[in-house]
Ligand binder design. Structure first.
Ligand SMILES: Nc1ncnc2c1ncn2[C@@H]1O[C@H](COP(=O)(O)OP(=O)(O)OP(=O)(O)O)[C@@H](O)[C@H]1O
Ligand SMILES: [Mg+2]
Length: 275
């Protein structure tokens, strides 16, 4: 089922300079979509349009077959969780526990269940020790973990991560990415991740490439990421697997094209076996 559909979307912040230009896209339920593009290409703007924080000049947004309009915005917001780039803008509570609870209160979760949910999700993001801390006194990465816990606790059907792990250290990033994958698999979540991490893109189901407010490439990562020259022209990175294959090529070793290091290792092992 089509979970999210954008049709001919146009948006400008000042009514003059177009920021989103005729964007149409469709995201299937339960899939993991990455959106990439250089700084200022319109990624966060699209995310804000999808949750109704900004209003498009023209075009339509349909979530779960409901049009994003005044009559449905409340219902749609209840189905979507979003974690932004900058964690400082997403805290309301006096303690970490209050903060995770905030969304739950809005969803009328009975208070006797609340404590259990707060503890479960704090544990998932390794923040159990900080439940009574003030959110403002946490580090950037810790704040981001709390924001992720707060969104996951509400059990949304769709989650948008707008560079949500960009402030985490490599281990934290790997942990949160693994957690996100686990939840995605377990709960049939529809996930959209806006990212500059090309390795993450290689592991997604679908990738959308934005440039100056327009979709310039779209499809399965194994198809899109093969256009390495185009990606470089768009100031984007290419996966390590492709860089590695290019080096091997220079040495006269040719592998079947692949975009993840896991697959490269598999290919190299097979080559060794053949020889
Ligand atoms: N609140 C705003 N008012 C006016 N212009 C804005 C505003 N927010 C963003 N823009 C402009 O809209 C364009 C798209 O910005 P957006 O934040 O969507 O880019 P992005 O792809 O998310 O970039 P980044 O990778 O840096 O996060 C940019 O040219 C930016 O300057
Ligand atoms: Mg952004």
């Amino acid at each position: 089922m089509e979970k999210i559909k954008l049709e001919n979307l146009h948006f400008s912040y000042n009514q003059e300079t177009p920021v989103i230009k005729n964007v149409s896209l469709s995201i299937e339920e339960g899939t993991y979509t990455t959106i990439i593009g250089h700084n200022g290409s319109g990624k966060s703007t699209i995310a804000k349009l999808m949750i109704g924080l900004l209003e498009a000049q023209s075009g339509s947004i349909i979530i779960d077959r409901l049009p994003l309009d005044e009559a449905h915005i409340h219902d749609i917001r209840n189905r979507i969780g979003i974690v932004f780039q900058n964690p400082d803008n997403q805290f309301i509570g006096a303690t970490v526990a209050d903060d995770i609870a905030f969304g739950l209160e809005n969803h009328q979760v009975p208070s006797e269940q609340m404590q259990n949910i707060i503890e479960t999700y704090a544990k998932k993001v390794s923040m159990s020790k900080f439940l009574n801390s003030e959110p403002t006194k946490l580090s950037g990465g810790q704040k981001q973990r709390v924001a992720i816990a707060g969104v996951l606790a509400m059990k949304p059907q769709i989650i948008i991560f707008d560079e949500a792990t960009s402030m985490l250290d490599p281990q934290g990033k790997a942990e949160i990415n693994a957690l996100i994958q686990e939840i995605h698999r377990e709960e049939n979540l529809t996930m959209i991740s806006i990212t500059h991490d090309i390795e993450e893109v290689a592991h997604s189901d679908h990738v959308i490439v934005l440039d100056q407010g327009q979709i310039v490439m779209e499809g399965k990562p194994e198809d899109v990421l093969m256009h390495d020259q185009k990606l470089i022209e768009l100031s984007l990175d290419i996966p390590n697997a492709l860089k590695f294959q290019k080096e091997l090529w220079k040495q006269g070793v040719k592998l079947s094209p692949c975009i993840t290091m896991e697959k490269v290792v598999e290919e190299v092992c097979q080559l060794r076996f053949k020889n």
